[in-house]
Ligand binder design. Structure first.
Ligand code: KG4
Ligand code: ZN
Length: 384
C-alpha cells in the first residue's frame, strides 16, 4: 500500500517508532539506533506496554476479539505516552490542525481504519493535533500472532506511515524476541548463532548464519513451552497467566520434602522427545501426565502442588536444554540466544547458563533482560 522511495543511512543515528499488538499487550516504543547493522547500538527513548492481563484473566486465557477491542482503545494513549517520554510530542497550532484535516489522504485513512472505528475516531482527534514527530521509520509486528489483534496494529502503523510520510517496516515477532538480547548495552551477536525461542505461541530452535538469514531447525509439534506452563497452571487452579504463577510456586516451596503419595507413582514426569534425533519438541504429553496424576490424587494439597510445579518445570527445562546443546554440538555456533516470555523463568536461565558453560565454555550466552522477555515494542523497533 505504501511505498517508500528514499534511503535510510544506517550509519547515521536513526529514530524508529515501533508498534506491537500480536497478543495481549499493546506496545509502542521509540529507539535510537546507530553503527549500522553489523554492530548495532540502541538507545531506548521510550518503551510503553499496556497490558490486558486483567481483562483476559477473567476468561482464563486470551480472547482474540477482546484483545482487538483493547488494542483499538489503547493504541492512541500508548503512542501519546511514547512520544511524550521521547520528547517528540509537539502540539500543532489551530491553523495546522485545520490544514491537516483538509488533506485528501483522509479518504485513504478511512479505508485503512474502516474495521477499527474506535481507533479511527481517536486517530482523527489526536494525530492532526500534533506535529509530525522527528522519526525516520515505523516498524510494526506483522506476525505471527492473533490475527484480529495483529491487524489493528498493522492498520494503525499503515495509517501513521501514510499521514507522516514515513517508511513502514513489517517485522516478524520471533525476530523481535531474538534481537531482544541486544537491548542490553554492549551486547553483540557473533554468527553463526543459535536461538532458543520459548513463548506462549512458539518453541523454536533457530540457526542464524547472519542478519536476516534464519532457519528454523526444530520446533514444537504440539503445545508451545509457555502454553504448556499455562495449561498445567490452569489444571492446578493457578491464576492466569500460569507461567509466572507456576514458576513462583516451584521456587517458593523449595524446602517442601519430596512428596510420597499413597498411590504408587511418585511425582515424576516424562521428558518428551529428549532422545529423539531431531531438534523438535512436544509438550502436550507432559500436560496429560500432570492431568492423570491430579485425577488419581485423593487430595491436591499445597505440598503436592508445589512438587508437581517443580517437577513439571524441570521436565520442560531438561528437554529445552538437551535439545539446545544438541544443536550447539552440530552447528558449532559462536553465540547462543534465549528469547521469549518463558525466558523470564529463573531456573531456565540459571540452568542453561550452567550447562552451556560446562560443555561449551567458549560460546557466549545472551539472555534478554527480564523486562524484555515478554512482548514489547522495543524489540520490534530493534528488529526493524
Ligand atoms: O513471548 P510472550 O510474552 O508472548 C508470546 O509471544 O506468546 O510469552 C508469554 C508466555 C506465557 O505462556 C507465559 O506463561 C510465559 O511466557 N511465561 C513464563 C514465565 N513468565 C512468562 N513461563 C515460565 N516461567 C516464567 N517465569
Ligand atoms: Zn512473544
Amino acid at each position: 500500500l505504501i511505498k517508500f522511495k528514499g534511503k535510510i543511512n544506517l550509519m547515521k543515528k536513526i529514530k524508529i517508532l515501533a508498534i506491537e499488538t500480536s497478543c495481549d499487550e499493546t506496545g509502542a516504543a521509540i529507539l535510537e539506533g546507530k553503527s549500522g547493522s553489523k554492530n548495532p547500538r540502541f538507545k531506548i527513548l521510550a518503551n510503553v506496554v499496556s497490558s490486558q492481563i486483567k481483562i483476559h484473566a477473567l476468561w482464563g486465557g486470551v480472547v482474540p476479539s477482546l484483545a482487538k477491542r483493547e488494542h483499538q482503545a489503547n493504541l492512541i494513549p500508548v503512542l501519546k505516552k511514547t512520544l511524550k517520554e521521547s520528547n517528540l510530542l509537539i502540539f500543532n497550532s489551530e491553523f495546522l490542525i485545520f490544514k491537516q484535516i483538509q488533506s485528501s489522504k483522509f479518504k485513504i485513512l478511512n479505508s485503512i481504519l474502516e474495521r477499527e472505528p474506535e481507533l479511527l475516531k481517536q486517530f482523527l482527534k489526536f494525530i492532526p493535533a500534533i506535529a509530525v514527530p522527528k522519526i525516520d521509520a515505523i516498524a510494526v509486528t506483522s506476525g505471527p500472532g492473533l490475527e484480529p489483534a495483529l491487524w489493528t496494529g498493522v492498520n494503525f502503523a499503515k495509517a501513521l506511515a501514510l499521514i507522516w510520510k514515513k517508511p513502514l517496516i513489517a517485522v516478524n515477532h520471533m525476530e523481535g524476541h531474538i534481537v531482544s538480547v541486544l537491548l542490553k548495552q554492549n551486547k553483540i551477536i557473533k554468527f553463526p548463532a543459535i536461538a532458543l525461542l520459548v513463548s506462549g505461541g512458539h518453541t523454536e530452535l533457530v540457526l542464524i548464519k547472519n542478519w536476516l538469514n534464519y532457519r528454523i531447525i526444530g520446533q514444537t509439534l504440539d503445545d508451545a513451552a509457555g502454553e504448556a506452563f499455562d495449561k498445567v497452571a490452569r489444571l492446578l487452579g493457578l491464576p492466569y497467566p500460569g507461567g509466572p504463577a507456576l514458576a513462583k510456586l516451584a521456587v517458593k516451596n523449595k524446602k517442601v520434602p519430596d512428596f510420597k503419595p499413597r498411590t504408587p507413582s511418585a511425582v515424576r514426569f516424562p521428558r518428551p522427545m529428549i532422545n529423539s534425533r531431531d531438534f523438535d519438541f512436544s509438550f502436550s504429553g507432559l500436560k496429560t501426565a500432570v492431568l492423570y496424576l491430579v485425577r488419581k490424587l485423593p487430595e491436591l494439597t499445597p505440598e503436592i502442588k508445589a512438587q508437581i510445579c517443580r517437577e513439571f518445570q524441570q521436565a520442560v527445562i531438561d528437554v529445552l536444554i538437551a535439545k539446545t546443546l544438541k544443536a550447539v554440538q552440530k552447528y558449532k555456533p559462536k553465540t547462543v540466544i534465549l528469547g521469549g516470555g518463558v525466558a523470564a523463568n529463573q531456573e531456565l536461565r540459571k540452568q542453561i547458563k550452567k550447562e552451556l558453560s560446562k560443555k561449551f565454555s567458549k560460546i557466549s550466552l545472551l539472555l534478554p533482560e527480564i523486562k524484555f522477555t515478554g512482548d514489547n515494542a522495543a524489540m520490534i523497533a530493534a528488529a526493524g
